[in-house]
Design a binder for this molecule. Structure first.
Ligand SMILES: *Cc1c(COP(=O)(O)O)cnc(C)c1O
Length: 387
């Protein structure tokens, strides 16, 4: 427990809890690490998966670092545009794009639609025709590659709802080539999230090579390859491993994915960009001794951070107010649901009413997934410069 993050505790005392705190120095360092690695290759392009966190203050820094954006809804396209990202750096994926969302993409002249079915392709072609436009389309192929991660965040298996099956790949490309208002520009993949084993990405490389060979033998050229995101972060060690292993990640692709001449390799990283820079800051309301357990009841709940309830996710928790001896707690929120538990049998420096706890590694899929269940307020997000 002496391994704690460094926080401006004196400033935290003046802010209403719970709230998200983002360490912008760490975000900048993370973005530099990404650019350092991709800079080694002249054809690697990173899009930030905005669904991980759309806080405008973070988006500004990500835009400044030169990344593009990967969106999965019209709202995300709008958030990216509002944050100043240029439309020609926006790609739009999603298994169920509405007409309104497609029209927003067309009106904004986004870089590419990552298309997930033939009916969707037909709708994009039709809506583009009405506007007299030609939409760039890439096809999201389901590569039937498993990933060593939680079942709810595996997306690249044949049984998952995402993408077009490999057997339908050629058919949809040929169909697109016959349509006047779409232009086939590439293949898209995304196998899941919080992936720490490079072998999973290697398996994707091998699959992409196979599919490219197959298309090449039929005389079909592919301009771009997009391999999605999914690189994980070390939730158990946010202080020791604040920056994900981008070197190993990009090297895996550089060494194993056989790009054709002129091809650009697109990445869509979310969690690994923003995960470690964010913490959920919460106050201990009560310490309650139950029949068999001691509870630290905090003012944040799963409405503020749903990952533990949704995916049984682990977040390191630190009592940043106190250096006293350790005690064991179930750290729970105030929501009227039994799943509103952040950690069970967790060792913390002794907790008292008013102590401030930090739930670490909460920058990705935290603030953005907040809800108002129980008529609660949405948590605010502050960056270092706000305090
Ligand atoms: C969620 C998502 C990503 C980002 O995943 P991370 O694990 O956060 O890197 C990338 N691409 C698509 C299509 C996604 O749905």
């Amino acid at each position: 427990m002496n391994d704690k993050g460094v926080f401006p505790l004196d400033k935290f005392n003046d802010i209403e809890t719970p709230f998200y705190y983002y360490d912008t120095a760490l975000l900048r360092k993370t973005l530099r690490a990404i650019n350092n690695e991709t800079g080694k290759y002249d054809n690697f392009l990173v899009h930030y998966a905005i669904k991980a966190n759309a806080n405008p203050k973070l988006l500004r820094l990500i835009n400044e670092a030169g990344l593009g954006v990967d969106c999965v809804s019209g709202g995300e396209i709008q958030a990216a545009l509002n944050a100043g990202f240029s439309a020609d750096k926006i790609v739009f994926a999603g298994v169920g794009k509405s007409d309104k969302e497609i029209n927003l993409g067309l009106d904004s002249d986004i870089l590419c639609f990552n298309v997930e079915s033939i009916p969707e392709l037909e709708v994009i072609n039709e809506l583009a025709e009405r506007k007299g436009k030609v939409a760039n389309v890439a096809f999201r192929i389901n590569p039937d590659v498993g990933a060593h991660t939680h079942a709810n965040i595996t997306t690249g298996l044949a049984e998952n709802k995402f993408g077009i099956s490999m057997t339908d790949m050629e058919g949809i490309i040929m169909k697109a080539k016959e349509m006047a208002n779409v232009r086939f520009v590439g293949l898209h993949f995304h196998i899941g999230s919080q992936i720490l084993e490079m072998d999973d990405f290697l398996a994707l490389c091998n699959r992409v090579n196979e599919l490219q060979d197959k298309l090449e033998s039929k005389g079909i050229a592919v301009e771009n390859i997009n391999v999605g995101g999914g690189l994980g972060i070390d939730y158990h060690n946010p202080n020791g491993a604040p920056i994900p292993n981008f070197k190993a990640y990009f090297e895996t692709y550089a060494n194993n994915l056989k790009l054709r001449k002129g091809q650009i390799l697109h990445f869509e990283l979310g969690r690994s960009v923003v995960g470690q820079c964010g913490s959920l800051i919460t106050k201990v309301l009560y310490v309650k001794q139950g029949a068999v357990k001691k509870f630290a009841i905090v003012d944040a709940g799963f409405t503020d951070l749903i990952r533990p309830a949704l995916y049984q996710a682990y977040h390191k928790i630190e009592n940043i107010s106190n250096e006293d001896a350790l005690d064991t707690y179930d750290v729970v929120g105030p929501i009227c649901e039994s799943s509103d538990v952040f950690a069970k049998d967790y060792q913390l420096n002794v907790c008292q009413r008013g102590d401030i706890l930090a739930l670490r590694s909460a920058g990705a899929y935290g603030e953005i997934m907040a809800s108002q269940y129980n008529c609660r307020q949405l948590p605010k997000g502050y960056v270092t410069e706000d305090l």
